[in-house]
Design a protein around this ligand. Sequence first.
Ligand SMILES: *Cc1c(COP(=O)(O)O)cnc(C)c1O
Length: 391
Amino acid sequence: MRDFTAELEQRKQAGLYRTRRHISGPQQPVLTADGQWLLSFCSNDYLGLANHSSNIEALRDALPKTGLGGAASHLVCGHHEAHHLLEERLAAFTGRSSALFFSTGYMANLGVISALVGRGDTVFSDRLNHASIIDGCILSRAKVRRYGHGDVGSLAAMLAETSGHKLVVTDGVFSMDGDVAPLRELAAVCREHGALLVVDDAHGFGVLGPRGQGSVAELGLSEEDVPVLIGTLGKAAGTSGAFVAGPEVLMDYLVQKARTYIYTTAMPPALAFATLNSIDLIERGSERRSHLQSLIDRFRQDAIALGYSLMPSRTPIQPIMVGDNWAALALSQALEERGLLVTAIRPPTVPAGEARLRVTFSAAHSHEDLDILMQGLADCRHLLVGEGVAV
Ligand SMILES: *Cc1c(COP(=O)(O)O)cnc(C)c1O
């Protein structure tokens, strides 16, 4: 029999062993983790809506009307008016014809990719796409071709030599690097080669673009340019779930074919009402977004001045590149001793030799919070000397 204990031990030896912290209380910059207060820079609550009083009120007000449980799948008797209203709102907000509400982004990617391509088709996937996209590609049984990160030229060459049904899938904002995909160029090559483009905007939704409509709207790309737009609601929206938006015929097709939509219990409808409230907050959130941007800009300037190696990101995802797994863990640990929570991200989440600290910002952070982070990073800077980081 396979030796699971030995495999776990090997992981520990390689600095790859993962543990969970126990969080109590709400998600906010000051987190209670394992009973200790820490100032956190690692959540995806980009707009500070996960603990927003009006979202909590919307949930509380909805509960007596909707009850709690989803009770059935959407195609049986679980498709509640609340889900329907949320789909209409999401379609209007993203400028799409229609939308479909999924339980999680992971399920949305699995369901969408495996429904839209199958055996004999080809799916083209950016090398740094999210794990849920990778898994969706595998599940689809289509031939998978990975292209270099953001490399539209090599994608175009691959598309040109491929016949049959083609699907291209990319993160809008890359989850571990924070950079934005070259969406305009991707839309152009997809159009030229008759490929269907899917953009997963989990980290752009709520944050980028006019009124927080996302990375696709930021470039003014229409439903013709990006026929399949995926967004998640557990990040900037601060609630839970995900959606796919696009032409009605595609949404209808997904209702028939996306198994992660069909064979799962509908989300509690009250949560859909809370998310509707959250979309209002996102739409009116330009002050939140400009505050967030001021934190990001200041962080980049100050971290570079300290000699840290940042990545070309203008989003709230601001990784500090380290390289070695143990060095990333040591830096994270030293920051934690100073009351700061910044997670080390290691393979297989990122490529081998590219371990990093993934700093993320939220509009709920203050500039005083950022002062504390920068002091911690100044105090710990010596830990990375000899790690190949610019001094
Ligand atoms: C977080 C994330 C997902 C998964 O969304 P969940 O709703 O958390 O399951 C999908 N895609 C990307 C790019 C993500 O970052």
